[in-house]
Design a protein around this ligand. Structure first.
Ligand code: UDP
Ligand code: MN
Length: 251
C-alpha cells in the first residue's frame, strides 16, 4: 500500500466557496490514497459542505471550528493583518493525533481552498521521510518563491523577497510533513500569536532542526507544481439590489 496523503483544507463561507471546493475536489479526486480533512470556519457544519463532500465519493473527514471574532479578518482590512485558517488547521492536526495511528505511513499537506495544484505535487511528497520542500508559484509578489539549493542539493536559505530571514520563508503550499515525524512531536501546531508571515516557521520549528534536514523535491526545486492563486470576490451588485427590492431572481 502506498503512503496516504492527509490533505488539510480550512474553508469559510463566501459566494465563491462552492465553486472553489468543487474545483479543488476535482483535483483531489484524482490523487490515489488521499484522505481529505476539511475544516469549516463555522459554528456548525453547513449543508453546502456536507453535501459537496458526500457527492465526491472521496475518503474524507468533515470538521468545524469557528475562528474567534477577535481573529476574524474584517472586510476592509488588508489581507496580511490577521492570519487565516489557523484554528482550522490546528483542529485538523489534533484530529490526526487522535484518530490516525502513529504507525501509519503517510504525509500531511496543507491545501487551501483557493490554490491551484498539479497532480505532480502529491507524488513529490508521498514518500517523504521528514519534511519536504518545493517551489510555490504566484506568491510573495513573485512569479515563484523557492528554497535556495546548494551544489550538494541541500537547502541553504530562501529565494523570497518578502521577509527572507524568516526561519522557514516558505508558503503553506510549499512543504509537507511525514506522519510519523508529526506524531513524534506532540507540540507541533500553529499559533495566532506568531508574527505576521511566521505561521509556517511557527509550525516547522517543531519538526526541523536545521535547513539541511529538508528533503528537496520537484527536481532540485526547479519545478513549480503548486500556485498560490487567489479568487476575485464575486460581484453581486445586481443580486444585492434585487434582494433589497425583495424580488430575487428565481428563474
Ligand atoms: N479561511 C478560513 N477563515 C477565514 C479566512 C480564510 O477558514 O476567515 C481559509 C480559506 O478558505 C483558505 C485558507 O483559510 O483555505 C487561507 O485563506 P486565504 O486563501 O483567504 O488566505 P491567503 O493565504 O490566500 O491570503
Ligand atoms: Mn488563498
Amino acid at each position: 500500500e502506498i503512503p496516504k496523503i492527509y490533505a488539510i483544507t480550512p474553508t469559510h463561507y463566501r459566494a465563491v466557496q462552492k465553486a472553489e471546493l468543487t474545483r479543488l475536489s476535482h483535483t483531489l479526486m484524482l490523487v490515489p490514497n488521499l484522505h481529505w480533512v476539511v475544516v469549516e470556519d463555522a459554528e456548525s457544519k453547513t449543508d453546502l459542505v456536507t453535501k459537496l463532500l458526500a457527492k465526491t465519493g472521496m475518503s474524507y473527514s468533515h470538521l468545524n471550528a469557528a475562528t474567534p471574532k477577535s481573529w476574524k479578518p474584517k472586510a476592509k482590512e488588508p489581507r496580511w493583518v490577521k492570519p487565516r485558517g489557523v484554528l482550522q488547521r490546528n483542529t485538523a492536526l489534533q484530529w490526526l493525533r487522535d484518530n490516525v495511528s502513529p504507525n501509519e505511513d503517510g504525509v500531511i499537506y496543507f491545501v487551501d481552498d483557493d490554490n491551484s495544484y498539479s497532480l505532480e505535487v502529491f507524488e513529490e511528497m508521498r514518500y517523504l521521510k521528514g519534511v519536504g520542500v518545493w517551489p510555490v508559484g504566484l506568491v510573495g509578489g513573485l512569479m515563484v518563491e523557492r528554497p535556495k539549493i546548494n551544489a550538494e542539493g541541500k537547502v541553504t536559505g530562501w529565494l523570497t523577497v518578502w521577509s527572507p530571514n524568516r526561519p522557514f520563508a516558505i508558503d503553506m503550499a510549499g512543504f509537507a510533513i511525514n506522519l510519523k515525524l508529526f506524531h513524534s512531536k506532540p507540540n507541533g501546531k500553529f499559533s495566532f500569536e506568531s508574527e505576521k508571515g511566521y505561521q509556517e516557521s511557527e509550525l516547522l520549528k517543531h519538526f526541523v532542526g536545521s535547513l539541511n534536514e529538508l528533503e528537496v523535491k520537484a527536481d532540485n526545486c526547479t519545478k513549480v507544481f503548486v500556485w498560490h492563486t487567489r479568487t476575485e470576490q464575486a460581484n453581486l451588485a445586481q443580486e444585492i439590489k434585487l434582494r433589497k427590492e425583495n424580488k430575487p431572481r428565481s428563474d
